[in-house]
Design a protein around this ligand. Structure first.
Ligand code: NAD
Ligand code: ZN
Length: 367
């Protein structure tokens, strides 16, 4: 078992990582929040695969299941209202705790419900996608989408415990798993050449979801994310480095109307573009840029983007909500394991970097 302490305002919390630990969720939750009444907000798909295990673990506890469709389309205020109303109808009081059970959507929605129900109740996160385990469940960001954009309404609400059982990933579709892996590669690029090398050197084991390999990449990713968010809870400074590959990634998601690419796939393209932009800005050597491309390409079947225009993708970059005063803000690599800011690089170089990512996608599709 790996236990990682995340320091946060109001005390901090543990991220506990161990294969098979879902079977002992009852004890772990009791140790974190006591034996109070639990409201399990579960993604219905996840419940169909893993609900039996969590039910068994909660035997003897007072708990209520709120199972609902939690696809990205349901990540909205009306779902939060629905869940808060269901909790109230079931008699939830200020002393209850919410358990978020599912991927990043379940975590964001249930976390936001916990942040606002009766002005805030405790939440335990049990993430079941690789993306949620290595990224979304740690850091305390919760929220929903508005019709006008993603993640525009939300709150910071730190969990009391994040319980990660890598064995829950066994039923995750391969495409989702590989998309989540991109955030692991990102963590390697921003902070740990060792993690980056591990994913490359042990690629077969990682892709085959070898339990020890999965536990290692999850734990190392959580360590990196925890360290970054602990230094910078509200994203004023350092936390921005977690956005490596995301400036162009978000532009690509918007350009493809959030339909063709999973988030991790858009980030994969975004990291290739960021690598090229780093090289064009004279910060990264060509060999390292190529290693980034090989690592990303080796872990994902990149959906072809041959029909897109680099210029129109680049034009969306300024519209990123993390842009500063309309200026594009990129995180660029100086080496694998070390990144820094680049505020408003020349537009032509952004277009060239986007064009490069599209070319790489064509090359990969042809291979
Ligand atoms: N709060 C944050 O800091 C943060 C960070 C990154 C991403 N996010 C958010 O996370 C969301 C994406 O999360 P995601 O990629 O986990 O998507 P998701 O929650 O939609 O899950 C992806 C799919 O996998 C299914 N699934 C989940 N676990 C499964 C399992 N163990 N077995 C079988 N199927 C399973 C789900 O039903 C869903 O269909 C986005 O809304 C994004 O904005 C939040
Ligand atoms: Zn991401």
């Amino acid at each position: 078992m790996t236990r990682i302490r995340v320091s946060a305002p109001g005390g901090g919390y543990d991220v506990a990582i161990e294969a098979g630990s879902l079977a002992r969720a009852g004890e772990s939750i009791a140790a974190a929040v006591g034996r109070r009444r639990l409201f399990v907000i579960a993604d219905a798909t996840v419940w169909s695969f893993l609900g039996g295990r969590l039910s068994a673990a909660l035997q003897g506890r007072e708990w209520t299941l709120l199972k609902t469709d939690l696809g990205e389309r349901r990540k909205r205020l009306s779902t939060v209202e629905e869940l808060c109303s269901a909790m109230h109808a079931a008699g939830a009081d200020r002393g209850c705790a919410v358990v978020a059970f599912g991927g990043g959507v379940a975590g964001d929605v249930a976390g936001f419900v916990a942040a606002c129900y009766m002005r805030g109740v405790d939440v335990v996160q049990i993430p079941t996608t690789l993306l949620a385990q290595v990224d979304a469940s740690v850091g305390g960001k919760t929220g929903v989408n508005l019709a006008s954009g993603k993640n525009l309404a939300g709150a910071f609400h730190q969990p009391r415990l994040v319980l990660i059982d890598p064995a829950t990933l066994d039923t995750l579709p391969d495409r989702e798993y590989r998309a989540g892996l991109q955030e692991v590669i990102k963590h390697g690029i921003i902070r740990s050449a060792a993690l980056f090398d591990f994913v490359n050197d042990r690629r077969e084991a990682v892709l085959a979801r070898d339990p020890a390999a999965v536990e290692h990449i999850v734990a190392e990713s959580v360590r990196i994310k925890a360290a970054v968010v602990a230094e910078d809870e509200r994203e004023a400074g350092l936390r921005r480095i977690l956005n490596f590959g995301h400036t162009l990634g978000h532009a690509l998601e918007a350009e493809t109307a959030y339909r063709r690419l999973l988030h991790g796939e858009a980030v994969a393209y975004g990291m290739i573009a960021a690598g090229r932009l780093s090289e064009l800005r004279g910060r990264l050597d060509a060999a390292s840029r190529e290693r980034i491309e090989a690592a990303v390409g080796g872990c994902i079947a990149m959906p072809s983007l041959a029909d897109l225009s680099a210029r129109s993708i680049a034009a969306r970059v300024g519209g990123d909500k993390k842009a500063v005063g309309g200026k594009a803000r990129f995180v660029l690599a100086d080496a694998i394991g070390k990144v820094g800011d680049d505020l408003d690089p020349p537009a032509e170089l952004v277009v060239a970097a986007a064009e490069h990512a599209l070319q790489v996608s064509r090359r990969m599709a042809a291979a």
